[in-house]
Design a protein around this ligand. Structure first.
Ligand code: AGP
Length: 624
C-alpha cells in the first residue's frame, strides 16, 4: 500500500510532507517523491529506494527552485503494482505541460484503455504506471473546465474520477493554485486532518497526527479540496457531501498500526480488503478470469501436464490448499513440496511441468533455490508473490502478485488469505484456458469467490468469544488441530500460528490420522480444535470429521469446533463452537483460518509475547 500526504498552510510543505512520509514508512515502499507548488511553478523530485534517497536529492535543490519554500505540496511512497520500482515510475506523475502533479494509491483497472486513448490523442507517456493516465486526464479535464469556475481543480478531479475504475486514492496540485490540494477516493483510504490555518490529506492519520488530532474520514466516491482555511467535500457528481469528523486519540506509534495494538491485528482486520484487492481487475463481469500479468501464454498452459507447488511455512499451507482446488478444477496432477526438500528429492520435472512458487516476501532462499532447480529442469515457473520487484518473481517466467500490501508482522495472515485467492484464480484460469470448465462453470465459482471478502468480514465481527477462549487457553501446555481435505492445511496453519506466536506446542493432523497414533496424545482436558467441512459439501467429509470429534471427546478432549452456520450435527460434541458463514468447500479456508489467527494472536498476547516480532523468527528467511 502506498503512502500519501498532502499539505496546505503556513509551514514549509516539504518539511510536513517528508515527515508525513516518514511516519508512513511502515506501510512498505520501494520509491518516494514530492511535488511542491511555489510562485507559479511545480518543483518535483522522486527517487527509487528509501526516503533517504529522496531527502538527499531534495537537499540538492536551491530555495529558488521553490521545493524548499513552497507551502503547498504532496508526497508519496510507492508500493509498486504497475511498473517496476524505479525513478521514472515513482510518483508524482506530471501532466505533459508540467502544470499538474498527481500521486496515487491503488489500482486503476481500466488504465490500459485510458492509456490507449491518450496515446491515440498524441500523449507521450514518461512511465509505465497506471497513475500517469490520471495526470494526463486531469490536465485535459482542467483545460475543459471554464477558467472562472470555483474550485476548478476539484471539478476537473470529479470529471476524471468518474472515468476511473478500480481502487484509487488520488491527490493533485496545480502550479497556478497555491494553497489548494485536491483528492479523490474509491475503494482506497483517504483521511483529512483539520488544523488551524492549515489542512492535511493522507492515507492514514499517522502522517499528520503530530500537527492535529482532528480528522475527517472521507467516504466512497468523494472528492475533497483542502485550502488553509477549509476542507470541502463533494460526491463524484459534484453534490455537497460530508466526511466523518473524529478525534484521534491514538499516539503516533499506535496510529501506524491503525489504532490496533499490533500490526498483526491490523493485518488480520485488513484481510477482506486484501482479498478484494487481489481479486480486483482479474475477473470480468462475465465471470471469466483475466490474468493480464501472467506472462505464460495460454498455449504454454495448455501444454502443462503436471503442476508442482513449492513454498515454505504458511505459504506451503496455501500450496496444500491449492492442490485440492487445482486438481478438482483442472484434473491436472498437482504435487506440493516444501521448498527446502524439493531439490533433494530429485523431482520429476520437464518443460510440461508448471512450478508455482508461493512467497509473500519473494526472497525466501529455500523457495528461490527450489525455483532455480526447477528452471534448470526446464520447467515453467509462475511466482505468486506479495512484494513487487523481488528475486523470486524476477527469476520466474510469470508472476501473479497478491495485493495484500506490506505485511509487517512476522506471522503471516493477510498474505496467506491473498495467496489462497491467487491460487484459486490460477486454478480457475488453468481450467478456463484448457477448456476443462465452461465459462458458466468458471463464472459460478467466480461469483462465490467475489463474495468471500464479505464472508471474511462477517467472521471478523464475531471474534470476541474467540478472544475470551484464547485467554483461557493461554495456560494450556498444548493444543491439537484436526482437519480433513482443505481443512487439513488449515489445521496445520492454525498450529503454526500458535507455535510461532505463543511458543506453545501445537500440532495439526489430518483428522483421519488420529486413530493411527496421535490419539494417544489426548488426555483429560486436552484442547482440540476441529475444522469441520461444510455439511453441504461432500457428505462423507462432514460426517467423518464429526466422528473424529466424537473419538477425541470420548477420551476427555476439550473440543473447539469451527463449523458452518446451521451445522447442528456438531453441537452435542462442541465445548466451544465458532461459527463461520456457509462457504463452498474449496473456498472455506478463507473463513475457517481467521478464528485460528485470532486465537493464536490473543494467546500470545495473554502470554505477554511480542506478537509482531516473535522470538527466533524473521519476516523473510533469506538463508537456506
Ligand atoms: C508464517 O507465519 C511465517 N512467517 C513463515 O512460515 C513464512 O510463511 C515462510 O517463511 C515463507 O515466507 P514467504 O512467504 O515470504 O516465502
Amino acid at each position: 500500500m502506498c503512502g500519501i500526504v498532502g499539505y496546505v498552510g503556513g509551514q514549509r510543505a516539504l518539511d510536513v510532507v517528508l515527515e508525513g512520509l516518514r511516519r508512513l514508512e511502515y506501510r512498505g515502499y520501494d520509491s518516494a517523491g514530492v511535488a511542491i507548488v511555489h510562485q507559479g511553478e511545480l518543483a518535483t523530485e522522486k527517487k527509487a529506494g528509501k526516503l533517504a534517497n529522496l531527502t538527499e536529492a531534495v537537499s540538492g535543490h536551491t530555495v529558488a527552485d521553490g521545493i524548499a519554500a513552497g507551502s503547498t505540496g504532496i508526497g508519496h511512497t510507492r508500493w509498486a503494482t504497475h511498473g517496476a520500482p524505479n525513478d521514472r515510475n515513482a510518483h508524482p506523475h506530471l501532466s505533459e505541460d508540467r502544470a499538474i502533479a498527481v500521486i496515487h494509491n491503488g489500482i486503476i483497472e481500466n488504465f490500459a484503455q485510458l492509456r490507449t486513448e491518450l496515446e491515440a490523442a498524441g500523449v507521450e507517456f514518461a512511465s509505465d504506471t497506471d497513475t500517469e493516465c490520471a495526470a494526463h486526464l486531469l490536465a485535459r479535464a482542467y483545460a475543459e473546465v471554464p477558467a472562472d469556475t470555483t474550485s476548478r481543480l476539484a471539478e476537473a478531479m470529479r470529471r476524471v474520477a468518474r472515468r476511473l475504475e478500480g481502487a484509487f486514492t488520488l491527490l493533485a496540485v496545480h502550479r497556478d493554485l497555491p494553497d489548494v490540494v485536491v483528492g479523490a477516493r474509491r475503494n482506497s483510504p483517504l483521511v483529512a486532518g483539520r488544523g488551524q490555518g492549515e489542512n492535511f490529506l493522507a492515507s492514514d492519520v499517522s502522517a499528520f497526527i503530530e500537527h492535529t488530532r482532528e480528522a475527517v474520514e472521507l467516504g466512497q466516491d468523494q472528492v475533497v479540496e483542502i485550502t488553509p482555511d477549509a476542507i470541502t467535500v463533494t460526491t463524484f457528481a459534484g453534490a455537497a457531501a460530508e466526511g466523518r469528523d473524529y478525534h484521534v486519540d491514538w499516539d503516533a506509534s499506535a496510529a501506524e498500526k491503525g489504532g490496533y495494538d499490533h500490526f498483526m491485528l491490523k493485518e488480520i482486520a485488513e484481510q477482506p480488503q486484501a482479498v478484494a484487492d487481489t481479486l480486483r481487475g482479474r475477473l470480468t463481469e462475465h465471470g471469466e478470469i483475466l490474468l493480464d500479468e501472467m506472462r505464460l501464454s495460454d498455449e504454454d498452459l495448455r501444454d502443462i501436464d503436471k503442476v508442482f507447488i513449492i513454498a515454505c511455512g504458511t505459504a506451503y499451507h496455501a500450496g496444500m490448499i491449492a492442490k485440492y482446488a487445482i486438481e478438482h478444477w483442472t484434473r491436472v496432477p498437482c504435487e506440493v513440496e516444501l521448498a527446502s526438500e524439493f531439490r533433494y528429492r530429485d523431482p520429476v520435472l520437464d518443460r510440461s511441468t508448471l512450478v508455482i512458487a508461493i512467497s509473500q516476501s519473494g526472497e525466501t532462499m529455500d523457495t528461490l533455490m527450489a525455483l532455480r532447480h526447477a528452471k534448470e529442469q526446464k520447467a515453467r515457473v509462475l511466482a505468486i508473490c506479495n512484494t513487487n520487484g523481488t528475486t523470486i518473481p524476477r527469476e520466474s517466467d510469470a508472476v501473479l502478485y497478491t495485493r495484500a500490501g506490506p505485511e509487517v508482522a512476522v506471522a503471516s495472515t493477510k498474505a496467506f488469505l491473498t495467496q489462497l485467492a491467487a491460487v484459486y484464480l490460477v486454478g480457475l484460469y488453468l481450467a478456463q484456458v484448457r477448456g476443462i470448465k465452461y465459462a458458466d462453470e468458471v463464472s459460478a465459482v467466480v461469483e462465490q469467490l467475489q463474495r468471500m471478502p464479505e464472508a471474511i468480514a462477517e467472521v471478523l465481527k464475531t471474534m470476541e468469544p474467540v478472544r475470551e477462549l484464547a485467554r483461557d487457553l493461554a495456560k494450556s501446555g498444548q493444543v491439537l488441530f484436526l482437519g480433513r481435505h482443505v481443512g487439513y492445511p488449515v489445521a496445520l496453519e492454525g498450529a503454526l500460528k500458535l507455535k510461532e506466536l505463543a511458543y506453545m506446542h501445537a500440532e495439526g493432523f489430518a483428522a483421519g490420522e488420529l486413530k493411527h497414533g496421535p490419539i494417544a496424545l489426548i488426555d483429560q482436558g486436552t484442547p482440540v480444535v476441529a475444522v469441520v467441512p461444510s455439511p453441504h459439501g461432500r457428505e462423507s467429509l462432514h460426517g467423518k470429521v464429526v466422528s473424529n470429534i466424537q473419538e477425541v471427546r470420548a477420551r476427555g478432549a476439550r473440543t473447539i469446533i469451527i463449523a458452518e452456520e446451521g451445522d447442528e450435527d456438531v453441537v452435542p460434541y462442541a465445548d466451544h463452537l465458532i461459527r463461520v458463514p456457509r462457504t463452498p468447500t474449496l473456498l472455506a479456508p478463507l473463513v475457517t483460518t481467521v478464528p485460528l489467527q485470532v486465537l493464536a494472536c490473543e494467546i500470545a498476547t495473554a502470554r505477554g509475547h511480542d506478537v509482531d516480532q516473535p522470538r527466533n523468527l524473521a519476516k523473510s528467511v533469506t538463508v537456506e
